[in-house]
Design a binder for this molecule. Structure first.
Ligand code: URA
Length: 313
């Protein structure tokens, strides 16, 4: 139910941003929402509260609830339903131990990639037409960026950070005087955590991975670190940071961002996720993330021009 509410909220925000001011809502849907919200708040529904209805599309004409008078909404109503994964999986298993083959970096990396892309459990987590996502970049990279999980674009293209957050990450890498191909980019998750989809099978929004999901994928990231052997790691955002530092190691990202930590024997810089900057486009927010990246550049012994030091001031 939490996931459904999350998806519904994301969709309502999207519609609002696209100018929609009113939506048709059936009595049954309203009753269902009321029940869900009272449950989330831990309130027992009052005796007069209508019972939750089955998750089926409401039929018949619906009253229009308007926040502002007029502007009727013409798009068809979206009905959210949960589509099963390619293979229904009841629980997240423990990660299966594996050994990397001997050989040079490309051999070991290719074997690891093939293993992850063929991992039956990973494959069972993605819907038809979507892909398990493995890291990309230079096998000689000094810097490895670690994000959380693939999003909508990434699961289609099978590559990390190719959507809007990825475009911004590319710019950040460019500001450091590097190209995307100079660094390595991975995620703590190899699939997009699933949420309810609408009737046409589209998943709106994303949810953070659960601890067992993270635990399943983490050995695959550790193996990528072992193969690439970067000088340092950069965790992008709180999901990546808590995936690497362990659950419960911090309450807010502000406690750990900008600090050097350690993961898999590598120095780890924690900073904000690019999507945070997409939501907070102020120079102040950009400067915070940039200061963290300056520390990364110093530690990786990259040249830093005076102009770069002053970005976003
Ligand atoms: N956000 C991430 O953390 N990783 C991706 O691959 C895309 C978006």
């Amino acid at each position: 139910m939490h996931a459904s509410l999350h998806a519904l909220t994301a969709e309502l925000k999207r519609l609002k941003a696209s100018g929609v001011k009113s939506l048709p809502v059936s009595d049954a849907s309203l009753a269902q929402l009321r029940t869900a919200l009272t449950r989330r708040a831990g309130i027992r529904p009052a005796a007069s509260t209508p019972p939750a209805v089955a998750a089926e599309p409401a039929v018949g004409p619906e009253p229009v609830v308007t926040a502002e008078a007029s502007v009727p909404y013409k798009a068809p109503e979206r009905t959210f339903t949960v589509k099963p994964a390619a293979t229904p999986v009841p629980a997240i298993p423990a990660p299966v131990p594996f050994t990397l083959p001997a050989g040079d970096k490309p051999t070991r990396w290719a074997a690891l990639r093939a293993r992850v892309l063929a991992d039956e459990f990973c494959c069972a987590q993605v819907r038809p037409g979507k892909q398990v996502v493995f890291g990309v970049g230079s096998l000689d990279a000094k810097i490895m960026f670690v994000g959380d999980a693939p999003g909508a674009e990434e699961e289609v293209q099978g590559e990390p950070f190719v959507g809007p957050a990825g475009q911004l990450l590319n710019k950040m890498i460019g500001a450091m005087g590097l190209k995307r191909a100079d660094v390595y980019i991975g995620n703590v998750m190899n699939w997009r955590p699933q949420m309810p989809v609408d009737v046409s099978g589209v998943q709106y929004g994303s949810r953070p991975p659960s601890p067992p999901e993270l635990a399943y994928c983490l050995p695959y990231l550790q193996a990528q670190i072992a193969v690439v052997n970067p000088a340092l790691l950069v965790a992008l955002g709180s999901v990546a940071a808590s995936g690497l530092l362990g659950p419960g190691t911090f309450k807010t990202l502000g406690e750990v961002r900008g600090l050097w930590k350690e993961f898999a024997g590598k120095p780890l810089m924690v900073t904000y996720h690019p999507s945070y900057i997409l939501r907070n486009q102020s120079n102040q927010s950009k400067r915070l993330i940039w200061e963290d990246l300056l520390k990364v550049m110093e530690r990786a012994e990259l040249p830093i021009a005076e102009k770069q030091r002053g970005f976003f001031l």
